[in-house]
Design a protein around this ligand. Structure first.
Ligand SMILES: O=P(O)(O)OC[C@H]1O[C@](O)(CO)[C@@H](O)[C@@H]1O
Length: 192
């Protein structure tokens, strides 16, 4: 007998159907939670309560064998000229990997491996990104509309923010006349 799926997901806009809303987890990150993320976080034009990005999905943290499926929506904006972005993290279980795919908007995926090698990849509608083991990842919104990105990762991967919080990524992304510029970083200072 044919049974209608109890889950629907809109691949055009990243919205979940409300048939299974009680199982959806929504995590909202406010500006006050992200002070350690930006190079110059003192920006009085931004309210501390402003939602900078949100992650919505079926998230079953810590359960080995399960998969998480989520959507990150990063709102447009800048903090002292630096584009809005996620905190960025390694997985606690460093061997655990992840897929990202672009749904809406335009952004950059910054990857850094444990040897400090860094790459910056364009994220746009239908782009697909494999995040290998031992690799820190951060999304940056470089457009004036929300950047919406899907993700699927093992539920027991965990998040390790420590090193990124301390040292950051080797690059930072700022608005420029051409759209954006990538600045290399030495000890959390820009080195243009
Ligand atoms: O945890 P962070 O670095 O703030 O970023 C959120 C990101 O992490 C994930 O939850 C899982 O890696 C992604 O869905 C999302 O893009």
């Amino acid at each position: 007998m044919e049974i209608k799926s109890n889950l629907y997901f809109n691949f055009e806009n990243g919205e979940f159907s409300d048939t299974d809303k009680q199982n959806l987890i929504i995590s909202k990150k406010k500006f006050k939670d992200l002070k350690s993320v930006f190079l110059k976080p003192e920006d009085e034009s931004i309210d501390d309560e402003k939602i900078m990005y949100e992650v919505t999905g079926y998230i079953n943290e810590g359960k080995a064998g399960e998969l998480n499926f989520g959507v990150t929506k990063i709102f447009p904006g800048e903090v002292n000229g630096e584009f809005n972005m996620t905190k960025g993290h390694y997985h606690e279980k460093m061997s655990h990997t992840e897929y990202y795919w672009g749904i809406k908007g335009r952004g950059l995926l910054i990857l850094k491996n444990i040897d400090g090698e860094c790459s910056v990849i364009t994220v746009e509608k239908n782009s697909l990104h494999y995040i290998p083991e031992n690799t820190a990842h951060r999304l940056v919104n470089i457009s004036d509309e929300p950047l919406v990105v899907g993700a699927c990762w093992p539920s027991d991967a965990g998040h390790n923010y420590g090193e990124i919080q301390e040292k950051g990524f080797p690059v930072r992304i700022f608005r420029s006349n051409d759209g954006y510029s990538i600045s290399k970083i030495t000890d959390n200072q820009t080195d243009n």
